[in-house]
Design a protein around this ligand. Structure first.
Ligand SMILES: [Zn+2]
Length: 357
């Protein structure tokens, strides 16, 4: 096959009954050929759409990135089709994205040793993922693996990460999850080790992009661990894994799941620095939080706080060292209690004094 493929070549391939998904990875497309492939419409059958390469840039489809096949493959597709798909321009582009995200995780010291893993959904029950025992900073596209929803490896020569089972359990529990990132960023992991969900109402970006919960500790890579995380993905997109690390997911792209990692880590770091300034950290009001939650909902991000009343939104009581919540205490609550207690003490004192007379 030619290295440079024109629109006329693609039309000829279709006339001859060739599958356009089997274009070689190294194929260079002319602009009109790229436009043609881009315009082939995606039909996901109402199911979660595999992560779009185009979505990763935040632009709508049409930026010249390879698009997914018009009919999604499944683990039951013929092996030849799966092999062609795994080597298609679409998958090759996603493999390069995984390498790029891995490099950023490593450069930011979010991963240590061979830690961390990345998964992108590319079909009904097909997932591209990182290999085991490779530093995330130095991965190559040819290291990537293709697995089905049970974790069986269908493509790639390197062995898939053992933690893929957790990513798969998340995707099964949350049909919108098309990509997930797991790593060990030190500040967020410190909160996970301490068992503290970061307090809210301090930085808008965190409120809009992240929805955080803690999953209890289990041995990494076991179904028990995966289940405890998967149980939370209905309403949370950023899970602190106790005594381990963090996993994030996105309904748009791996890039967005990665952004969540930057956001949770920057937030936890900022909180710890703020806690050293000698003054209680201030918060914005629950009315202001409510505005952010409206933006969040419009972006399609999950959050357990939608529909809560403003008086139910303040949850900073457990944070130490202290955060000063902008929500005032319930009017009269303290005073009422004190008055009653004082009256009771007075009555008892009076009784004792009367008996002593
Ligand atoms: Zn880990």
């Amino acid at each position: 096959m030619k290295n440079v493929i024109s629109l006329r070549d693609l039309e000829e391939m279709i006339r001859q009954g060739h599958d356009l998904r089997s274009l070689p990875a190294e194929a260079i497309l002319t602009p009109s050929a790229r436009d043609f492939l881009r315009d082939l419409e995606w039909n996901g059958g109402g199911k979660a759409k595999p992560a779009s390469a185009a979505a990763d840039t935040g632009k709508p489809a049409g930026n010249g990135k390879p698009q997914p096949p018009s009919k999604p493959l499944t683990s039951r597709s013929p092996k030849a089709e799966l092999d062609a798909f795994f080597n298609s321009p679409y998958c090759e582009d996603l493999k390069r994205q995984i390498c790029d995200i891995g490099r950023r995780l490593w450069e930011r010291a979010y991963v240590d040793g061979n830690g961390g893993n990345i998964a992108i959904r590319v079909g009904d029950d097909l997932v591209l993922c990182t290999p085991t025992l490779v530093s995330k900073g130095f991965m190559k596209p040819e290291d990537m693996c293709l697995v089905d929803f049970e974790g069986r490896q269908l493509g790639g020569t390197a062995k898939r990460t053992s933690e893929i089972l957790m990513h798969l359990q998340m995707m099964k529990a949350q049909p919108k999850d098309v990509a997930s990132v797991h790593c060990h960023p030190p500040y967020a992991t410190a909160f996970a080790v301490a068992g503290v969900v970061p307090p809210t109402c301090m930085i808008p970006e965190y409120e809009v992009f992240a929805s955080v919960a803690i999953a209890p500790y289990r041995t990494p890579g076991t179904p028990e661990m995966g289940k405890l995380v998967a149980d939370l993905v209905d309403k949370h997109n950023t899970i602190l894994m106790a005594n381990h690390g963090v996993v994030t997911w996105s309904h748009n792209s791996a890039e967005e799941a990665y952004w969540r990692m930057e956001i949770i880590e920057a937030y936890c770091r900022t909180l710890l620095v703020a806690a050293q300034l000698g003054r209680p950290a201030k918060t914005f009001t629950t009315e202001q939080l409510q505005d952010l939650l409206k933006i969040k909902q419009s972006l399609g991000f999950v959050d357990p706080r939608y529909g809560l009343k403003e008086c139910e939104l303040c949850d900073n009581e457990e944070w130490r060292p202290g955060v000063q919540c902008a929500v005032p205490p319930r009017p009269g609550a303290e005073a009422g209690y004190d008055a009653e207690a004082e009256a009771a003490v007075q009555a008892i004192t009076d009784q004792i004094l009367a008996q002593m007379k």
